[in-house]
Structures are given as C-alpha cells and as structure tokens.
Design a protein around this ligand. Structure first.
Ligand code: 13P
Length: 271
C-alpha cells in the first residue's frame, strides 16, 4: 500500500473510532505496515478524534522511532501480532463499550449465535489481564493470536487485525456489534445457539469462499466441538466455558454447557 493512502485510511479509522465511541480521550491505537519495513502508528496520548496526518509516528518493525513522533505505548502488542501473523498488516485497538463489557465480565465472545460472525470473524477469545504497555500484555495475547482475528483483553479492551486497515476495522466493528447483540439477547431472555449442523455448513462456506482459512478451526471455542469437522493441527478445540471465570473465580455454565460437561465426564469414567 502506498504511504499516502495508508496515512489517509489510518486517520479516517481514528476518526471513526472516536465518533462511534469505541474510544474516548486518548484511548486506543492503530498501526499499519507499509511493506518496506516501516510501520505507521498512532502517537501516544493523542485523542483519535483530533488526529491529523502530521501527528502519525513512523517506526521500524522493532518499534524504533523513524520520525519525531512518539508511537503508542502499546506498539509492542501490535508488533507481536505482526510477528505471529505474517498475513496481518494492520491492527486496531480500542475500548468499544459492549466488547469491553465482555472483557470486564471475564467472558469471551464465542457463542455461535450469528451466522455472519461465524463466516467472517470466528470466536473472539479473552486474553488474561496484563498491564498495558508491558510484556505481561503481549505474553497473555501470544497464544491466542495465531488462530483468531480479534481478541478481548481482560479488564482493558479489544484488538482486531487484518490484511489491511479496513479489514482490521471491519473486524473490530463486527466484534462490537456482536457483543451488543449478545447483551441485548440476554436482556430478552437469552440467545439460542446455532445447531452443530448449521455451524458445520457455515465453516464449510467460509473456507470455500475464502473468508477464513482452516487455521481458524483451531479456535479455543465451542464452534467445532459438536461438529464432525476437525482442526488441521489435530488439536481438539477447548470449549469456552471450561476456562471462563468471572472476577470471583466462579465458572458459570448454561444448561447446554452443563449437560455437555456432564456427558464428557461420563464418557471419561467409562474408559
Ligand atoms: P497510547 O496512547 O499510548 O496509544 O495508549 C492508549 C491506550 O489505549 C492504552 O490502553
């Protein structure tokens, strides 16, 4: 991508983030690789609603500054994603209210409730809490980056990434929209999950249409748990609920999840 387009798109996305209340004050950060070893990044402590092209920081892929702007304090988290995912060229981090509510409640966004989300985004897991701008945060995210396109960061916010700025933004927007719908459906009495058969068909469509490749089958979620599909590494996806805890350390399960857990325990005791 040429630098002029990258600068223009980065500013447009910063303004969108602020206008949609995905960030307030100086929250959030965005970066994009230029393809020549340089990275454009939002500067630290700058309101995304007031960003202009001349405030953009330029660094190399190690985070060393290449102009007179100080890049985001969370650039290391962006660089980790670039290292783990060579297909990723842009990263958007924000604190969108509904997605962040999941992160604060200690919940991933991984229930199979929306066909389009299974097609285009997949599960959004929850990375353990890590102090922003330190290795703790990158360490918590590292194991999840490879097979997911967006993550929640416990008690912090959300990050989404993609092959260009607009794909990263679209994924962040889908994450927030899904979280909002999930919360609203709970207010209405709870959501109904798609059937294993429906999930399997959606995963087949997303792979043949090229929305997501087989790597996304290794997500730490329940999508594949009941289907006949297996993930290419042979890893069995871990159902979400077994690792989901809230602040008190309690694990909450839906009726469906409890039945599955008890069936698994029964199967194990038969061996
Ligand atoms: P920066 O201003 O350093 O990018 O940090 C913003 C932020 O969102 C911290 O979580």
């Amino acid at each position: 991508m040429d630098e002029q387009t990258a600068r223009r798109d980065l500013i447009e996305i910063c303004h969108l983030m602020y206008e949609r209340s995905y960030v307030v004050s100086s929250d959030g950060n965005v970066s994009v690789q230029l393809g020549d070893g340089r990275v454009l990044a939002t500067p630290t402590m700058t309101c995304k609603g007031r960003m202009t092209e001349d405030s953009i920081a330029v660094t190399d892929l190690e985070g060393r500054s290449l102009n007179d702007r100080r890049a985001s304090s969370e650039l290391a988290m962006h660089l980790l994603i670039y290292r783990e995912r060579p297909d990723v060229k842009a990263v958007c981090h924000a604190h969108p209210p509904h997605g962040t509510a999941f992160a604060v409640a200690g919940l991933p966004i991984d229930q199979p409730i929306l066909s389009e989300v299974i097609l285009t985004l997949g599960c959004v897991p929850l990375a353990e809490y890590g102090t922003p701008s330190t290795d703790e945060l990158s360490d918590a995210m590292r194991p999840l980056v490879k097979h997911h396109n967006a993550l929640l960061m416990a008690n912090h916010g959300a990050v989404a990434y993609g092959s260009d700025l607009w794909q990263a933004w679209d994924r962040l927007e889908t994450l927030e929209h899904t979280a909002k719908i999930a919360i609203l459906s709970r207010v209405l009495g709870g959501s109904r999950n798609l059937s294993p058969d429906a999930i399997e068909k959606l995963i087949n469509v997303r792979e043949s249409a090229g929305y997501l490749d087989e790597g996304a089958r290794c997500q730490a979620c329940g999508y594949l748990h009941e289907t006949r599909l297996s993930c290419p590494t042979g890893d069995r996806p871990t159902p979400r609920s077994y690792s989901a805890t809230n602040g008190s350390g309690r694990v909450s399960l839906s009726r469906e999840e409890l039945v599955e857990l008890l069936s698994q325990a029964a199967r194990l005791s038969e061996r």
